[in-house]
Every structure is written in structure tokens, then in C-alpha cells.
Design a protein around this ligand. Structure first.
Ligand SMILES: Cc1ncc(COP(=O)(O)O)c(C=O)c1O
Length: 411
């Protein structure tokens, strides 16, 4: 009998807990809440061990038992996964957090962690026979889904704010997606996608309106825990827009606990938002169980400019269940930390990633983070996708091929 590849069983409505078949094309549950993939973890426990996983290729498919694609023939991709977990000793020392580390997602295909959700979401869409899909995006998700859809021959329609980072707009077009730029925010783009997909001819692949993107993002959590020797750190700090990454990391932790591969300790999950768009922070601070949508939001960290996150309730649950917190940071601090990290550690974070560093500085300042804590921040994308974010003063051009001036300045 061939080895089973995925142990996906059913989809569960995150609101009501009602379970249903996972082998049909689905969007939200009948209660209007996101559907979450469930697995036969008892059988996974006897089918695979961390030692077996350690022998596999360094891609996110090494966790295939805990991913939704049933037939390996549907796995293509670009070798995504197993991004480095890098120590930040100089920056950590300057912040009073010597055990600071970054899970650096910048080297993933299309330059952001969105490749994880796209690799798994598009593979599963292909397996379910989907040939046309549409999605709203702040840029990186569109770039990733357009690339994976091109690889699988699926038609992608991407609706994005005209202000999305220029490179991401070009990436979508280059990958052959049908692209519409709208004068509005991602929530406006989401409304357009809702209309476009209403008839059912085109699949709505919006964040959390399809069940499998979060499974791809879950692999961030699986990887970082494997990289720490199947131990959780004290604190995980995540830049939160729609919230899928944080929900995925929390789901990974709970599944690993049920498998018995990690102990009872939970890392404190920190949801970081920008001061110009902070619906989750506002809800967390006021004790609300769900977010109140915001309007006219803005931030340099474009990926986390999500005024109405559908996953807000689940993010709040994850943060509270882990005794974590939610914190908003300013754009000027984000920009300062991009430079601080580049000059002290040689890593140019994306603005969303740099927001996590600001949060670490502030939470250490208030003693919420202890000097002994092992802290992992997520750099969710490549800084060089945002050349316009940091205004750098370049030296003037040296005259006469420059020899005299360069020697005078640098000898
Ligand atoms: C670089 C980057 N970081 C973080 C986010 C937020 O992701 P999530 O939906 O998982 O909160 C995005 C979303 O566009 C992004 O592009």
C-alpha cells in the first residue's frame, strides 16, 4: 500500500466548530467564518517522526503529512521553505535582548513569505480542479500567487491598490496575471473580488476565504520550531496585516503539541501593527473579541495596511491564549530600524519586518520582554523590494575618475 502523503481529514468552521468534507472547492463556512484544515494527528504520530523529517529535502513540503495536498504529483513550486533562522547579536545587544533571532523570509521565491501560502494554496487549487482564481492584495501576495499560478497554468486575476509597491505591481503583470489597480485600500480591492467571483466562475482566493493559504504559512512556525530543536522560543513577534501568518504559526504550535513533538510551553505571540493601521491593537487594548474596521489607514509598511482583517478574531484569540500582546509602532521608527539593522547586522529588513524590531525595542523598554528571553522576529520580505522606503544620502560623484578624492577621503 503506498504511503499516505497528507493526513488531511476535514474542514472545520472556526466559529461553530462544525466539520465537513475537505475534498470540495470551498470558501467560508456556512456560519461565515474561515474554514480550518484538520488532520488525523493520531495517525500522523505513528507515520512520521522528527527524525524522519530531518532526513527530507529543505523545502516546506518536508511537512507534507500536515499539509493539505493529497497527491504529490501536484507539487511543483520553486524549492520554497527552510529559510534561515539568523542571530542578531549586535542589534540584540544594543536592545538588551541578547537572544534575538530573525526568521528571514526574504530569500523565498518572489521575495516574501507569501510564497508559502501561494505554494500550498495554488497546489491545492490545482488538485481540486480550479482553473481561474481572483484575489485582492497589498502587493506581495499578488506577486506570489501570480507566479505560482503561472507555473500551474491557472488564470490569476489580481486586484490591488494603485499605491502597492511598484515592483509587486510589475511582478503580477510579468507573471501573466490579469491586474486591476484601484484607487483605494485592500478592503476596497476585496469588495471588487467579491463581485467578480459572485457567479462562481472564478474562485475567490482572498485571505482566509479559502482554507489552504494559512496551511502554507503554518510552515513558518513548523520550521522555526524544528530549527530550534523542536522547542518553542519565549516570544515570537509578527507584523500583522490580515493575520494569516500569526494564525498559521499558532496552528503549527497547537498541532505539534497534539503530536507530542513539543512540550506544553507556549511562546508569547506578539502582533505588531503600524500606528496608522492598528485595528487588532485597538481591539486587544480595549478587551474586545473582534476588530472594529478602520478607514483612511496608511503606513510605509504597506503589507500591514489592512483596515478590516477577516482574521482579527483569530489573531486576538492566539495572542490572548499565549499571554502575548499587540503593539502599534510608528512609521518613523520603522524607517530608523531598517537602517539600524542594515548597518549593524548587514540585513535590510522590509518595513513590515522592521516593525517587529521596533516592537522588540519598546517591549524590552517596558520590561514586557526580559533580558533572558529568546525572541524570534519574522522578517516577512526582502527590503530591496521597497527601494523607495528608505531615503539614503548617496555620496556625490567624484571627478576625474575619482582616484584623488577617494584616496583623500578613505586612505
Ligand atoms: C511583507 C509583508 N509582511 C506582512 C504582511 C501581513 O501578512 P498577514 O496577512 O499574514 O498578517 C504582508 C501582507 O501583505 C506582507 O506583504
Amino acid at each position: 500500500m503506498p504511503e499516505q502523503f497528507s493526513y488531511l481529514t476535514e474542514l472545520e468552521e472556526s466559529g461553530s466548530g462544525v466539520r465537513s468534507s475537505s475534498d470540495e472547492v470551498r470558501n467560508l463556512g456556512s456560519d461565515g467564518t474561515p474554514l480550518l484544515a484538520r488532520y488525523d494527528l493520531d495517525t500522523v504520530r505513528s507515520a512520521v517522526t522528527p527524525a524522519i523529517i530531518a532526513e527530507r529535502k529543505p523545502t516546506l513540503w518536508r511537512y507534507h503529512e500536515l499539509l493539505p495536498v493529497r497527491d504529490p504529483a501536484f507539487i511543483r513550486g520553486f524549492g520554497e521553505g527552510m529559510t534561515p533562522l539568523v542571530e542578531l547579536p549586535r542589534l540584540g545587544a544594543s536592545l538588551g535582548v541578547p537572544r534575538l533571532k530573525v526568521k528571514d523570509e526574504s530569500a523565498l521565491p518572489t521575495g516574501s513569505f507569501k510564497a508559502r501560502g501561494a505554494a500550498v494554496g495554488v497546489a491545492r487549487a490545482a488538485e481540486l480542479g480550479i482553473t481561474r482564481l481572483a484575489m485582492p492584495t497589498n502587493g506581495n501576495a499578488g506577486a506570489a500567487w501570480a507566479a505560482y499560478c503561472a507555473q500551474y497554468g491557472i488564470e490569476a486575476t489580481v486586484i490591488m491598490p494603485v499605491d502597492a509597491p511598484a515592483i509587486t505591481r510589475s511582478e503580477c503583470v510579468m507573471a501573466g496575471a490579469r491586474v486591476a489597480l484601484i484607487d483605494g485600500l485592500i478592503s476596497d480591492a476585496g469588495r471588487v473580488v467579491g463581485e467578480l467571483t459572485r457567479s462562481g466562475d472564478i474562485f475567490d482566493a482572498s485571505t482566509l476565504k479559502e482554507p489552504y493559504r494559512v496551511e502554507g504559512k503554518k510552515t513558518m512556525g513548523l520550521e522555526l520550531i524544528e530549527q530550534l530543536g523542536w522547542k518553542v522560543p519565549d516570544v515570537i513577534v509578527y507584523p500583522t496585516g490580515g493575520g494569516v501568518g500569526l494564525i498559521g504559526i499558532y496552528k503549527a504550535i497547537l498541532e505539534l503539541q497534539k503530536l507530542g513533538w513539543i512540550g506544553a510551553k507556549l511562546p508569547r505571540l506578539v502582533s505588531v501593527q503600524a500606528a496608522g493601521c492598528d485595528p487588532i491593537v485597538q481591539a486587544f487594548t480595549s478587551g474586545a473579541s473582534d476588530v472594529t474596521p478602520q478607514t483612511d489607514t496608511r503606513t510605509v509598511a504597506f503589507g500591514i495596511n489592512v483596515p478590516k482583517p477577516l482574521g482579527g478574531r483569530a489573531v486576538l484569540e492566539a495572542v490572548r491564549a499565549t499571554e502575548g500582546t499587540a503593539i502599534a509602532v510608528s512609521d518613523s521608527d520603522i524607517l530608523n530600524f531598517i537602517e539600524k539593522c542594515a548597518s549593524s547586522e548587514g540585513m535590510m529588513f522590509c518595513p513590515e519586518g522592521a516593525a517587529t524590531l521596533v516592537a522588540v525595542a519598546e517591549l524590552r523598554g517596558s520590561d514586557w520582554i526580559d533580558a533572558q528571553d529568546e525572541v524570534v522576529v519574522l522578517n516577512t520580505g526582502a527590503g530591496n523590494k521597497y527601494p523607495e522606503a528608505v531615503a539614503v544620502d548617496l555620496p556625490t560623484v567624484a571627478r576625474d575618475a575619482g582616484t584623488d578624492e577617494v584616496l583623500a577621503a578613505f586612505q
